[in-house]
Design a protein around this ligand. Structure first.
Ligand SMILES: [Mn+2]
Length: 478
């Protein structure tokens, strides 16, 4: 039976987040948006993840305005975004009223598909987001069948608990919570081709036939194309790729080779390679611009086999080396690499992704450098043991927990249950500061208060032609 494979291209989000510190500007996207819209992708990932922060922090762009611009040009193809569960577009836990508002406004401004995940795979951490996605996405979906989609993502990792049963059970939980799509999110490129085949086979067997299975991997270790191909042979519905100028290496496997590989087979994507060439030519120029301004280091395109050898994500290894260098103990790297799995075991085998990869890595460095395990403990390690990031996949080591928590009682409920509604309070602050122009401003401010304020100030100066600080004593054009 013919099975068309669908593609999400990440060129507008993860590709430049992975290769160029999320520095692609909206104006670098606009010229080819109409052509991208004609390709026939399942979706175009274009928002969320680090784009929200980067727009305001580095690019003087309103992320909401970027979204509206993308939507203006992408008339057929749904825009996909990445949402970090209860952490939304930022890094802290938000109250549920902010979660609901972010989801509502994302759909309203043009998002078609929301991929939501939790770093610890704790369903409670994506529950509020999913409820909002079903509510507002459901309304959108009723009028526009390709939009309003809820995609729940599993953070893929390896370790003693992470067998097929674990992933199938979690996927079914997410499905029962209302997910239209299930995504295997292999952000560290830990998934290997034959394991991908087994995993996809098991999930396709257990999930409802109407649930689409979506695979997200990277090509950091050079296995990405093989992972995608094996997943396709096992029946995956959608895979993520990035157009070649910003594909491969730490980014997604490139789009064009996969389209060519599948052409004429039962998995044919239906995408015309000829349509991709002019778009790729455009992004070649954009990549060169990003390289010239120093946002893109050509090293990101190389294959890094460290993850294959040490079983720690590429980014984590370089963090460990930096921390040891600062402590003047670079020779301790082998000991730290041996300590990482021990710490991970002590705290119940969390997936090693942001933020847990930093927490476990830093603690492993401390344990080795101090010469005594858990003599010094970071606040983040304590919070992890205290249940504040969510439920850990396995029980923690009781002796280590006693040493780390020093009498603090771990919570067993969802951390966000402790958070009072915050939208009205934050809105009052934005209004009082004189920056309020739209409801979305409150959400930008909630996500990154200082960054948003600096951006608002700049925006106000642009619009009014005055610097608000200077305006107190006199009016100066800027
Ligand atoms: Mn990714």
């Amino acid at each position: 039976m013919a099975k068309k494979v669908m593609i999400m291209d990440t060129i507008l989000r993860d590709a430049h987040q992975s290769h160029a510190a999320t520095r692609m500007r909206t104006e670098q996207m606009i010229p080819v948006l109409p052509q991208l819209d004609e390709v026939g992708y399942y979706s175009l990932e274009g928002w969320g993840g680090a784009t929200f922060d980067s727009c305001m922090r580095f690019l003087h762009e309103d992320p909401w305005e970027r979204l509206r611009t993308l939507r203006k040009y992408l008339k057929k193809t749904p825009i996909q975004m990445l949402l970090r569960g209860q952490n939304l577009l930022g890094y802290r836990n938000y109250a549920d009223d902010i979660v609901e508002k972010v989801v509502e406004k994302s759909f309203e401004n043009g998002i078609g598909v929301i991929r939501v995940f939790d770093a610890l795979n704790d369903p409670r951490n994506i529950e509020a987001s999913m409820k909002a996605i079903k509510k507002y996405g459901g309304q959108l979906h009723a009028t526009d069948p390709v939009r309003g989609i809820c995609e729940a993502a599993i953070s893929y990792t390896t370790g003693p608990v992470y067998d097929l049963d674990y992933f199938v059970k979690l996927a079914k939980t997410y499905e029962s919570m209302g997910a239209d799509n299930i995504c295997i999110k292999d952000m560290a490129n830990l998934l290997l081709p034959f394991q991908a085949y087994e995993l996809v086979t098991a999930l396709k067997k257990e999930l409802r036939p109407e649930t689409k299975l979506h695979l997200h991997t990277h090509n950091t270790t050079g296995t990405g194309d093989m992972v995608n191909l094996m997943a396709i042979r096992a029946g995956v519905d959608i895979v993520d790729t990035a157009l070649s100028p910003l594909g491969n290496g730490t980014s997604q496997p490139a789009t064009e080779p996969l389209v060519a590989t599948l052409a004429g087979t039962e998995y044919d994507t239906g995408i015309d390679l000829g349509k991709l060439i002019p778009i790729a030519n455009h992004f070649k120029k954009v990549a060169a611009e990003l390289e010239k301004e120093g946002s893109l280091n050509p090293k990101v395109r190389q294959v890094d086999v460290n993850t294959l050898i040490y079983q720690v994500p590429g980014g984590m290894l370089s963090n460990l080396m930096n921390q040891l260098k600062k402590a003047g103990k670079e020779e301790k790297l082998p000991e730290v690499l041996a300590e990482v799995p021990n710490v991970r075991k002590d705290c119940g085998y969390p997936p090693l992704v942001t933020p847990s990869s930093q927490i476990v890595g830093t603690q492993a460095v401390m344990n080795v450098v101090m010469g005594e395990r858990y003599k010094m403990v970071t606040k983040e390690t304590r919070d992890l043991f205290a249940g504040k990031y969510g439920q850990l996949p396995m029980p923690v080591d009781p002796e280590v927990a006693a040493k780390v928590l020093k009498g603090e009682k771990p919570i067993t409920y969802r951390f966000a249950d402790d958070l009072a509604p915050e939208y009205d309070k934050l809105k009052a602050e934005v209004v009082e500061k004189g920056y309020y122009t739209q409801e979305e401003d409150v959400l930008s401010y909630a996500s990154f208060p200082e960054v948003a304020e600096t951006f608002f100030k700049w925006r106000k100066a642009q619009r009014e032609g005055v610097d608000t600080d200077l305006a107190k004593t006199g009016v100066y054009p800027v």
